[in-house]
Design a protein around this ligand. Structure first.
Ligand SMILES: Nc1ncnc2c1ncn2[C@@H]1O[C@H](COP(=O)(O)OP(=O)(O)OP(=O)(O)O)[C@@H](O)[C@H]1O
Ligand SMILES: [Mg+2]
Length: 164
């Protein structure tokens, strides 16, 4: 498990299924108020990761790419909602704010694709995940937590995924 700095965790996925499994681990740790920012090119695997996150979250709904619907919502049995926003089609940070991001972050957890495009609208404390295409089915993921909450989640995640 290569560690890039004291907080980042790097991971190589060998398949879409593995990416979903990693997402499931993470999704199971998220609570209302949490914000995850996904960064990576077209086809890097952001939506694939969100499919796992939503499953781990406990959503009974399947995940589709929200490129046309800007925001998807996944409800779990306890009533908490995971919001899934794709910033790709947003024209500006203001548009993100107009979507009532604040209300989403107050009422549920939020996962954002193309999060760098609306970075000023996201909290200082965010769990950043950078995805990169490596080869056919190989993807590189770098998890970088900012703030205590996400450092704690990453410590638990590291324990679950890598052991030790
Ligand atoms: N290891 C892997 N992890 C994730 N996806 C993979 C992997 N290997 C192959 N793929 C494939 O790559 C594609 C990733 O597409 P996905 O929609 O998740 O990307 P995206 O980052 O959301 O792109 P976009 O910016 O267009 O929304 C899928 O077809 C998926 O099956
Ligand atoms: Mg996508």
């Amino acid at each position: 498990m290569p560690i890039l700095d004291s907080h980042s965790i790097e991971f190589f996925s060998r398949s879409p299924e593995q990416t979903r499994r990693v997402g499931m681990r993470l999704g199971g740790m998220l609570q209302s108020g949490d914000v995850v920012g996904l960064v990576g090119d077209l086809g890097a695997g952001k939506t694939t990761l969100v499919q796992g996150i939503a499953q781990g979250w406990g959503s009974l709904d399947a995940v589709s790419s929200p490129t046309f619907v800007l925001v998807n919502q996944y409800r779990r049995p306890d009533g908490q909602v995971l919001y899934h926003l794709d910033s790709y089609r947003l024209g500006s940070v203001e548009e993100a704010i107009d979507l009532d991001l604040d209300i989403m972050m107050e009422n549920g957890a939020l996962v954002v694709e193309w999060a760098e495009l609306i970075k000023p609208a996201l909290p200082k404390d965010t769990l950043w995940i950078q995805l990169r295409w490596v080869a056919d089915e190989r993807r590189n993921m770098v998890f970088t937590p900012t703030g205590e909450r996400y450092e704690k989640i990453m410590a638990e995640f590291r324990h679950q995924v890598f052991g030790g």
